[in-house]
Design a protein around this ligand. Sequence first.
Ligand code: CO
Length: 174
Amino acid sequence: MIRQVLTYPDPVLKKVSRDVSTFDEELHTLLDDMCDTMLAENGIGLAAIQIGVDLNVLVILLPREEDDQQHREDVFEIINPKITAKSGKEIYREGCLSIPEYYDEVERAAEVTVEYLDRTGTPQTLQADGLLAIAVQHEMDHLSGQLFVERLPMLKRKKFEKEWKKRIRDNKRF
Ligand code: CO
């Protein structure tokens, strides 16, 4: 089921999410709905808090290289993630389903190792680089109530706030 994605400056997006302790049908429905919603909104990642659920749950689904399409079976379902190692630096022009149609460059680690639980509660380790590493870090920021625009340098952040206020004033609803 497609759920509604909360957009900036909804205060719920600032909430710090909590760990999942029960790996039941309710969690599986949440994961399925998150994937449905991400695909419907043409996103490559989504954190549970973006649909108003304050749990440490995220989904990531990158397009395949061979056909540039997202295949649902490739989805990473990442629960209670912890970054255990990071290295390098990479600048990527990010966007976010909670800040539609705004893109800007953010610097993050180029490679990360993430320990997490899958939908059955089984521990998994992911070694990510490239866009996957960027997406994991972006989505994990949501779990601590942070949006990518908060990582922008002061001047860019001010420019964003100005643009966004104008959008709200012009009554452009997303
Ligand atoms: Co986002």
